[in-house]
Design a protein around this ligand. Structure first.
Ligand code: AMP
Ligand code: TRP
Length: 326
């Protein structure tokens, strides 16, 4: 049995360094080891208020930035969820075995319902079932995601198990694959995760170097290390970023200075900003090149959808047979 990797990203505007460190970087590494599927999940994005006139641009931009960050269309299948209608078909079939109570307890659902009090729609409620369908349609077993998605992958496992028990062995139970930095916190508010819906909290992969520097220099830290006190969340977050973007000796030097109480956050931020700019510059430049070749980008997504659909159709036939629908 081939090991398949599946993951998704919502086309909701900007892709930030939290997405990159939590998920995209792992996708880029895993694609060379396993058969990989990466999906731009537009049907998930419409469960929150959005601007229809921006959707096609957001999908295009999501494809561009992910390919620029290293997803290779020659080895990975990159496609748009709504181009493969079997995703919603399997989601409906899985709805018939998905426990309401379980969906009510999903953290992301509870958080988003608080945020969009006026507009809690059934799509938002069923969002994790569609996510399970995305993964199970390709019988994927490895799902690289940030920490906030672990609960959804656990639900996916449970739905796979329940389906297998009820209708006969069909699906793998997939596992979340967490990176070394699965939860990057906001720069302006390090007690909440970095998110594109909180301005000031994120650095976008395509941000201009001046903006990157400014965001890091403004990041919330503390008044300095105090003996006996744990490291503040803002400082801890900067150290995580440094562990990912800077050479190990740089990280170790500032850790030592922190332990000795001699750290100067302004200097740490300046060094970190340079290293982040160095890491993001090739991504930003590749994204500019790709954006100038829209036909090529559309072709990647077209080819991806064809390839994905062949597998998706096979799974749907198998599932419908098992459920007595064929
Ligand atoms: P989204 O933009 O919500 O579709 O997220 C795409 C991927 O990025 C998912 O795997 C998320 O878990 C991951 N992700 C989003 N925000 C963060 C963050 N602040 N830290 C780490 N991973 C994140
Ligand atoms: N819910 C995920 C997020 O917000 C996106 C997603 C949709 C996904 N389908 C998926 C992630 C399947 C992994 C696998 O980040």
């Amino acid at each position: 049995m081939v090991t398949r990797v599946f993951s998704g990203i919502q086309p909701t505007g900007l892709v930030h360094i939290g997405n990159y460190l939590g998920a995209i970087k792992a996708w880029v590494e895993l694609q060379h080891r396993y058969e990989s599927f990466f999906c731009i999940v537009d049907y998930h994005a419409i469960t929150a208020p959005y601007d229809p006139s921006q959707m096609q641009k957001n999908i295009f931009d999501a494809a561009v930035i992910n390919v620029a960050a290293g997803l290779d269309p020659r080895v990975s299948t990159i496609f748009v969820q709504s181009h493969v209608p079997e995703h919603t078909e399997l989601a409906w079939l899985l709805n018939s075995i998905a426990p309401m109570g379980r969906l009510t307890r999903m953290t992301q659902f509870k958080e988003k319902s608080r945020l969009f009090r006026e507009e809690i729609n059934a799509g938002l409620f069923n969002y994790p079932v569609l996510q399970a369908a995305d993964i199970l349609l390709y019988k994927a077993s490895v799902v690289p995601v940030g920490e906030d998605q672990v609960q959804h992958i656990e639900l996916t496992r449970d739905l796979a198990r329940k389906f297998n028990v009820t209708f006969g062995d069909t699906f793998h139970e997939p596992e979340a694959h967490l990176s070394a930095a699965p939860r990057i916190m906001g720069l302006s508010d390090p007690d909440r995760k970095m998110s594109k819906s909180i301005p000031g909290s994120y650095i976008a992969l395509a941000d201009h170097p001046d903006k990157v520097r400014q965001q890091i220099l403004r990041a919330v830290t503390d008044a300095g290390p105090e003996t006996g006190k744990p490291m503040s969340s803002g400082t801890a977050n900067l150290f995580i970023l440094m562990s990912q973007f800077s050479p190990p000796e740089t990280y170790e030097r500032f850790r030592r200075e922190y332990n000795e109480g001699a750290i100067r956050y302004s200097e740490m931020k300046r060094v970190l900003a340079d290293d982040v700019v160095d890491a993001l510059t090739p991504i930003r430049e590749a994204a500019e090149d790709l954006a100038a070749r829209p036909d090529y980008v559309r072709q990647i997504l077209g080819d991806g959808a064809c390839k994905a659909r062949r597998i998706a159709q096979r799974t749907i036939v198998e599932v419908k047979l098992k459920m007595g629908l064929l």
